[in-house]
Design a protein around this ligand. Structure first.
Ligand SMILES: NC(=O)c1ccc[n+]([C@@H]2O[C@H](COP(=O)([O-])OP(=O)(O)OC[C@H]3O[C@@H](n4cnc5c(N)ncnc54)[C@H](OP(=O)(O)O)[C@@H]3O)[C@@H](O)[C@H]2O)c1
Length: 271
């Protein structure tokens, strides 16, 4: 039996993590969301109200709310946590619709979105890791995973010349480094930290974008195909999460995986 905390389980990859992990009745799954009522309803309707799932409410950028959720989690899991999956993330269409030069034409928006991106995708996870550390230290598996992105890879960006999604990419690169720093500190305690990219997965992002807004995104897809002729477009959440869970299972400090930044393939091939 293992215990899991996953942030951002309302939809997309977080929902898929919760759904797959809780399908084993021996696992205890705590999902953190911004809207508990809606998530409880979805669990009830789509997962038959599985009793090994508890939904807690917190905006991950609200330190006090996350602290309350951490305290509630400690009651549910008797103070020990096996797996922490930092999945919640801010994905912004405007950032993906053009390069940083064109985004700079709206400086106030750029400033606000940069701060929101860093608050959600980086700072919130620093607090999340630190707040859950006492429970992780008492867990058996001792694994902490952040859902990263190949967009945070400088070499990949240079090689393909990917202009778009600057703020998002910077937030993922920053979080990879933060995760490596946590790994450096807690390796001696047996805690494995990983940054894992799920691939490019269809969760309905940018579905309301105009054809013009999608130009940069389509150009990136074209570059993906040149980079990897086998690239057939977006993966499905079920396949991506299955691959990640299997990877998390096999990775260990003993195998030299502490602090690594990996794709769902277990290497640096992002697509
Ligand atoms: N899909 C992909 O191709 C892909 C590729 C690489 C990396 N990722 C990463 O995968 C993770 C999950 O994204 P997704 O693709 O599943 O996107 P998604 O469907 O937009 O899900 C994002 C989740 O994060 C939650 N969230 C956002 N801000 C939050 C906040 N301040 N407090 C609490 N929860 C918050 C959302 O909750 P609400 O319902 O309340 O908004 C939602 O549950 C993200 O870290 C993303 O960067 C995705």
């Amino acid at each position: 039996m293992s215990s899991y905390v996953i942030t951002g389980v309302s939809k997309g990859l977080g929902w898929e993590f919760m759904s797959q992990i809780s399908s084993n009745a021996d696992n205890t799954v705590i999902g953190i969301v911004r809207n508990k009522k809606a998530a409880d309803e979805r669990v009830s309707n789509e997962l038959n109200g599985r009793t090994n799932i508890t939904i807690l409410e917190a905006d991950v950028t609200d330190y006090e709310a996350v602290k309350r959720a951490v305290d509630q989690a400690a009651i549910i899991n008797s103070g020990s946590l096996d797996y922490l999956i930092a999945n919640a993330g801010y994905v912004l269409g405007w950032d993906a619709y053009g390069g940083i030069g064109s985004r700079g034409l709206e400086p106030e928006r750029l400033t606000a979105e940069f701060r929101k991106m860093m608050d959600t995708n980086v700072l919130a996870n620093i607090h999340l890791y630190n707040l859950f550390m006492p429970q992780i230290l008492k867990g058996k598996a001792k694994k902490v995973v952040v859902i990263s992105s190949g967009m945070g890879d400088i070499e990949f960006t240079n090689e393909l010349g990917i202009e778009i999604a600057t703020l998002y990419s910077a937030s993922k690169a920053a979080m990879n480094m933060i995760t490596a720093k946590f790994a450096a500190q807690y390796k001696k305690d047996g805690i494995l930290f990983l940054s894992i990219c799920p691939g490019q997965v269809d969760v309905g992002h940018f579905s309301d974008a105009t054809a013009e807004e999608l130009q940069g995104f389509l150009e990136m897809g074209r570059k993906f195909t040149i980079f990897n002729p086998d690239f057939k477009g977006m993966d499905q959440p079920a396949d991506a999460i299955k691959a990640i869970l299997s990877l998390v299972d096999t990775c260990s400090i003993e195998n030299g995986d502490s602090g690594r930044y990996l794709s769902h393939f277990g290497n640096r091939r992002w697509i």
